[in-house]
Ligand binder design. Sequence first.
Ligand code: F6P
Ligand code: MG
Length: 446
Amino acid sequence: MANLKRCVDEETRTNEPLRGIYIKSFAYPSLKDRTPIILTSIIDHLSREKENIVKQRGDVAREELKTVIGSISKLKSELQTNKPFSKIQSGGPGADHYNRLIDEKTQRDKEAPTWYYTEWLFAECYLYRRLREIFETTKSLQDYDVFDHQKTGVYFGSLQSIKDATYLTLKTIERLPSLNEEQLKKLVIDFIKLSLWSNRADLSLSGGQVEEQASICSQVDALDKNILVDDSDKAYAALTREPVNGKPKILDIILDNAGFELYFDLCLADFLLSANIVTQVRFHPKNCPWFVSDTNPKDFHWMIRVTKESEDEALKTIGRRWQTYVEEGQFTVETNEFWTLSSDFGRMASEAPALYSKLGQSALVIIKGDLNYRKLVADVNRPFTTPFSEAIGAFHPNRLVSLRTMKCDVASGLKPGQAEACAKINPNWIITGEFATIQYDQPSTL
Ligand code: F6P
Ligand code: MG
């Protein structure tokens, strides 16, 4: 039985970070039900795939798999019994960050952080860092991505929707020379919205279940009523500003999920390159398996390869275009450890200054998804009417836009009464991904 005596039957208190200690918050059921399911499904997968893995990675993997499965079961039991966090022993990327925070929180709270009592964002990031540690301490499984089959499954499971996006992108690119400004603007915004709605499903929300993604291409306009803040006009204006001193116009995309979502991000990028609105797109994935479905560099390259090798002519065409963009440097993939720390983005300027200033060079920074949103607003339960630019604290590297379907209980920039109206439609409105926000900010100096 979990040691949860201090959990209280309340919502997250105002201006406090989300924590599993609040039973009526989303953090509590997520830690109690969703996260153990994710760990169980990893164990099941490894047990099922054992012989295949041994075939590919040699006999040493047999013993190591036993150890890995044992360690994941132990991790799950630590979570379920709300045990104190142990230090990351393996060294490796980010280990110091997590260990330092464990020390700092222990000093602050006079006890070591535990799963339900510490900040939920820290607990979740720490969980994925522990998983990474389990694999990085093996010889044969260091680069094994335990979520790989789910990420590739999302791509193949959503092929119809992916085909629709491909036809739409290629057809729209063909029409580019005949478009007037108004039409171009509408299309750019449509592609931004497709990239937004592609975030609706993610594997950590569905407990790792791969569900077929309905086609969103035909629904863009109909879904507008579910966009609670729509700053797409401002994002368009930022993208189409005259380049300074004829410098190349870069777009940064802080990626979220692989497969389905990534496909729509690439369609948006391709459209903006083809329309000469930007000259380069820098993609920022995570560099290890993260929150089940998050994109790693290999997922990015894998998707382009299978698209290029598809039997469908349109997929083949777009896959080849994307491969050429990679080869010629219009698409670049840039990794940084910062994305897999537990830090909110307000800490980027001091913890990853080079990344912060790099993001300052582009025309626009697109920040995808729910977890990135939580990091933008430091995962604090502010009144939902708090202005977005205030909620993101010290993070003002550049013109930026967050594209987020709402999957957990933080929000900002809503109008008075908006949250209440959504709650009447669905009491769980803030965690289901059916509502979304497009929120823009720019530094006061620009
Ligand atoms: O588990 C926490 C969480 O941020 C959820 O709120 C969300 O379902 C998921 O992780 C990640 O969502 P996304 O892939 O959009 O970042
Ligand atoms: Mg994700």
